[in-house]
Every structure is written in structure tokens, then in C-alpha cells.
Design a protein around this ligand. Structure first.
Ligand code: ADP
Ligand code: MG
Ligand code: ZN
Length: 559
């Protein structure tokens, strides 16, 4: 039998394995289950294609991307690896032709989409049982689609949970480019993988520079950004279809080769725009997140987010489409707190409280990323549980595009308030004490404290930012649990003793970054939220049982 390395050279024309490919291939060949996390463009396909060539029997590949199956199958066939796909885009005659080919035990890989064809009950299991050839491996691409916690949940994927039960001895390999800890755990559980080996490759995209700008005159900022990029390819993501259409129009009016892409466009037009983009006839794809999954275009030089993404996983996946060729590329995001509030409203419309909670906390992480006083790359990598140095040297924070000032005194005030409150209160309460709240209850209880009112010169909103910054800098932390309280960390003492200087982002910079926010609504929103929290505490139920964030936001907007 050929060795994996020989097969790599013979069929794929590569001399060496990348990332964890070799270990993954060996694991599958020895019959074990695998979950592989590798960045987009990292070479996941090879992890099951190579075993498929070497194993006796058929490899089933589950993929949600019908549109890309044909390309993948064509290129396998060109490489001399017999492959086929079955999905609902084919007519019955085409489908039986493929089944006949399977009968002749000729095909090594069969791509299936868990949609109409196999989308209900046990149809897939029945189909696999009825195959005239043994199945040697099941590969599940874009495995995060099985998880509610992932950013692209597809209910059809849930039926894959049955596979391991019915075919306990066939190795299953789950692949994804995007899954945080929670999603990873969910994938393993849902797929019932047996003693799975988990391989995680480095997700660092060293050639991408990360920037966050205030969402203020974002169109003219965008034009400045694009000024010397007329010949470069880029993707610009917007939240809504309407803003995709408008922005594409506006860019065209400025002489850019831009076209829109979103799920509301006619299928033929979508295909045409996508192809024009791949061929470089169109330079800018203005799109909703419906665009991009599985697209393999190597020379995308920039990815812009005009609106706040819903979570870090989606954001990282989308920015990851830049610079696959390894050349220097940028990721630019326009942030406004108003966006975060708007998205919160959307999220909470969902009924399931557990899911709502997770989505809101992911949204919070996304907002936190935008307001980081520390290296953005480090935050992103840590988010995916990867270690990273404190400074990457190629994000806006590391490049010092953000003005900082000596905030030691502010930090000391905050930290000593937390100390005096014995680490038992949330940020809103700590701020009330710092600002010397007029609330009778708080006055009664805390007016004797040395820190009561020492921060009255700083607005509530600024205190919120400083506290968040101090948490990001690890001088304070939030406790776990439903009502997180502020607590000291082992770095706090040095600050309190004056041994550690603390640089904070200048408020003015922050204000410049947030001019588009809805200050009034925002305040009202947090007042309503506090009220809701008190009600929830009294009733001893989760806050969203009282009123959803969406309703609160509606009240805040219309009151
Ligand atoms: P993913 O599915 O992880 O996004 P792909 O499997 O589509 O990535 O692979 C991305 C690109 O990398 C493809 O062009 C593929 O041929 C190439 N590639 C994969 N493995 C290797 C390797 N060992 N050496 C060189 N190129 C590779
Ligand atoms: Mg892939
Ligand atoms: Zn950095």
C-alpha cells in the first residue's frame, strides 16, 4: 500500500503536509474518530480526501455547500480520484446514473448535502445501508453547522447525530474552521464521536491587519480606505440586504467595480456576480454574510464590516477570507454601540432562554473586541483558546493608532471602590458608588465609604468604558454566574499601591468612536434593564423571563 506521503505527492502534487494534516490522516486510517479545527484555507479537504484514496470502500462527504460540490468533484476527478455528488439539484436520471456508478464500486468519494434528499428522519441511514459498497469513512465538513452555538446552525445537520449509532465502526471526521470551546463540545456530543482525537491548528493569520474604526461618516471613511485599492479585490459585509444594495450602488457611482450579493437576489444574478468576482471582473463584493462560505479566492486583499457582526466566530471566519495567498491584507470594522443594541434586540426575539443567553454573551464578546485597549489579535486568538504574545505589531492598537493617557488615578479609584464593596457588586452599582449616587438606598448604605463619590467628575458612560478597559487589562475581573460582580485580580494590588501605571484610552478618542450611538436610548435601555434585573431578582427568575431585550429596546426607542 502507498504511504500517505506518497499518495500526497502522487494524487495532490504536494511535497509536504500542512498543519496537522498528517496526524489527522493517520488517525482516520487507523479507524479513529477525529475533530479537526483548521483555519479557512488551511487544507481541511485533504484530511479526508487522502484517506479516501487509501482506504478500501467509499468515503461519504457531508457538506452543506451544494453550489461548490461540483467544483470539488471535478477537481478530484481531474486528479484521478473518482468522485461524485448527489443532491436535490439533480434530476432522477442523473441520480440513478450515479447510483449505478457506485454499484460498480468505482467511486472513492461521494458528496452529499443533508438537505431535501436526505433531510428527514433516517433517510440518510437507510441510504447508506442500501449502498452496494462498504462505507470506509464519513467526513462531515463545516461541522459547526450542527450546533446551535455555532454561527451557522443548520437544522438538517441534526440528523447526522444518528450516524454514529448506526455505524459505530466507521471512522467519522468532523471538520470546521470556526468553533469556540462551546461549539466544539457541542459538535463532539451531537455527533457522538467515539474517543475522538481533536486537532486544532493555529488560527493566527499573521498577514491580516485588524482595525476597528468609529462608525461615523462610515461611507466617506470607506472611500478613503479604498482610495489606493481600485485594483484590489475586497469583500464588504453589511447587515441588511437593503444596505448591501445601497452601498453597491453608491460605490458604483464612485467608479468602483462593485456588485451586490445577498439571499434576496435572484439565483442567476447571484451566480453571475459571484463568478465575476472570482474572475476579478468585479473587484468589490458588497454582501451579507450569505456570501463567502467555501469560496476559495486567494487574492482578497481586504474584508470590511460596515456593521457589527453577531459574534467573533463569524467575524473571524469572514475576515479570514482575506489574504489566503499569504500576502498582506486588512480587516476593517466600523463599530458603534448602537449596532450592539440593535443586534441585542434581534437576538432576544428568539424564544429559548439558554440560546438567547449564549447569543447575547457572544455579542458582548464582539462588542468587547471593538473596544479593546489591548492587542486585537491576542484577543481573537485567546478567544479560540490559543496563546498569543501581548503585542502583535499589526493591529490598530499595537500600531498605536489609538490615543492613551495616564489613567492610574482613575484605575485606583475604581479598584478601591471594588475593594471597599468587598467584590460583591456589579459594574452599575460600583459606578453608582463612585459617582456618589443620589439613590437613598445606596447613600444610606455606602456614604461612609472613602470612595463614595470620588468619581463624580466622570460620566456613567465613561466609567462603564473604563471599567471594561480595566477588565480587559486584567486589573479587574467579572465573576462567573448569572449576575457577574466585579472583583480584584492578582494584578490589582500593584495598581492600588501605586507600583503599576495604567494607560487608558482617552475618552475623547472613545467619544469620537461613538458619535453614532443613541445616547438617550442607550441610557434608557440600561435603566430599563436595571429595573428588569431587580424584578427578576425579586421573582427569582431569569431576567429574560420578565421581558425580552427586544421589548426593552422597543420601549427605549419609543418612550
Ligand atoms: P479548507 O477546506 O481548510 O478551507 P481547502 O481544503 O479548500 O481548505 O484547501 C485550501 C488550499 O490549500 C487548496 O488549494 C489546497 O489544494 C491547498 N492545500 C491543501 N493541503 C496542502 C498541502 N499539504 N500543501 C500545499 N497546499 C495544500
Ligand atoms: Mg473546506
Ligand atoms: Zn496587536
Amino acid at each position: 500500500m502507498m504511504t500517505p506521503l506518497q499518495a500526497l505527492q502522487k494524487y495532490f502534487g504536494y511535497n509536504t503536509f500542512r498543519h496537522e494534516q498528517e496526524a489527522i490522516v493517520n488517525r482516520v486510517l487507523s479507524g479513529g474518530d477525529v475533530m479537526a479545527l483548521m483555519p479557512t484555507g488551511g487544507g481541511k479537504s485533504l484530511c479526508y480526501q487522502l484517506p479516501a484514496v487509501l482506504l478500501d470502500g467509499l468515503t461519504i462527504v457531508i457538506s452543506p455547500l451544494i453550489a461548490l460540490m461540483k467544483d470539488q468533484v471535478d477537481s478530484l476527478n481531474v486528479a484521478g480520484i473518482p468522485a461524485a455528488f448527489l443532491n436535490s439539484s439533480q434530476n432522477p436520471a442523473e441520480q440513478s446514473h450515479i447510483i449505478a456508478q457506485l454499484n460498480s464500486n468505482h467511486i472513492k468519494l461521494l458528496y452529499l448535502a443533508p438537505e431535501r434528499l436526505f433531510g428527514t428522519g433516517n433517510k440518510l441511514v437507510v441510504f447508506l445501508r442500501a449502498l452496494p459498497v462498504p462505507v470506509a469513512q464519513i467526513a462531515i465538513d463545516e461541522a459547526h453547522c450542527i450546533s446551535h452555538w455555532g454561527h451557522d446552525f443548520r437544522p438538517e445537520y441534526l440528523m447526522l447525530a444518528e450516524l454514529k449509532r448506526h455505524f459505530p465502526n466507521i471512522p467519522v471526521i468532523a471538520l470546521t474552521a470556526t468553533a469556540d470551546k462551546l461549539t466544539q463540545k457541542d459538535i463532539l456530543e451531537k455527533l457522538n464521536l467515539k474517543d475522538p482525537a481533536v486537532y486544532i491548528s493555529s488560527f493566527n493569520r499573521a498577514n491580516i491587519t485588524y482595525r476597528v474604526n468609529a462608525k461615523q461618516n462610515s461611507f466617506s471613511q470607506l472611500l478613503t480606505f479604498l482610495e489606493n485599492k481600485k485594483d484590489e479585490s475586497g469583500i464588504i459585509y453589511c447587515l441588511s440586504r437593503k444596505s448591501v444594495d445601497t452601498l453597491a450602488q453608491d460605490l458604483k457611482a464612485q467608479g468602483y467595480l462593485a456588485e451586490p450579493y445577498h439571499a434576496g437576489l435572484d439565483g442567476a444574478l447571484k451566480a453571475r456576480n459571484q463568478e465575476a468576482f472570482l474572475r476579478d471582473d468585479v473587484k468589490i463584493m458588497v454582501a451579507t454574510i450569505a456570501f463567502g462560505m467555501g469560496i476559495n479566492k486567494s487574492n482578497v486583499r481586504y474584508v470590511v464590516h460596515m456593521d457589527l457582526p453577531k459574534n467573533i466566530e463569524g467575524y473571524y471566519q469572514e475576515t479570514g477570507r482575506a489574504g489566503r495567498d499569504g500576502l498582506s491584507s486588512s480587516a476593517l470594522l466600523f463599530y458603534s454601540p448602537g449596532d450592539a443594541i440593535k443586534l441585542k434586540g434581534f437576538v432576544s426575539i428568539d424564544g429559548d432562554p439558554e440560546q438567547t443567553r449564549v447569543m447575547l454573551s457572544k455579542l458582548d464578546d464582539m462588542s468587547r473586541y471593538c473596544q479593546l485597549p489591548t492587542c486585537r489579535r491576542k484577543f481573537l486568538l485567546n478567544y479560540f483558546d490559543e496563546q498569543a504574545p501581548d503585542h502583535c505589531g499589526s493591529c490598530d492598537v499595537c500600531l498605536s493608532e489609538i490615543t492613551k493617557f495616564d489613567g492610574t488615578l482613575i484605575a485606583q479609584k475604581a479598584l478601591s471602590a471594588v475593594t471597599r464593596l468587598n467584590g460583591r457588586f456589579g459594574s452599575g452599582y460600583v459606578i453608582d458608588v463612585l459617582r456618589g449616587s443620589k439613590s437613598e438606598k445606596i447613600r444610606q448604605e455606602h456614604k461612609e465609604l472613602k470612595t463614595f463619590g470620588v468619581g463624580s467628575d466622570i460620566s456613567k458612560a465613561d466609567w462603564q468604558r473604563y471599567l471594561r478597559e480595566l477588565v480587559a487589562l486584567n486589573y479587574l475581573k467579572f465573576s462567573d454566574g448569572e449576575y457577574p460582580v466585579l472583583q480584584l485580580t492578582d494584578k490589582s494590588n500593584a495598581v492600588l499601591k501605586g507600583l503599576q501605571k495604567v494607560d487608558l484610552i482617552a475618552t475623547q478618542t472613545i467619544e469620537e468612536r461613538e458619535t453614532e450611538e443613541l445616547p438617550f436610548e442607550n441610557d434608557l435601555f440600561s435603566v430599563l434593564k436595571n429595573t428588569r434585573r431587580h424584578m427578576a431578582e425579586l421573582e427569582n427568575v431569569p431576567a429574560y423571563n420578565i421581558l425580552s431585550d427586544a421589548t426593552l429596546m422597543e420601549m427605549a426607542t419609543y418612550l
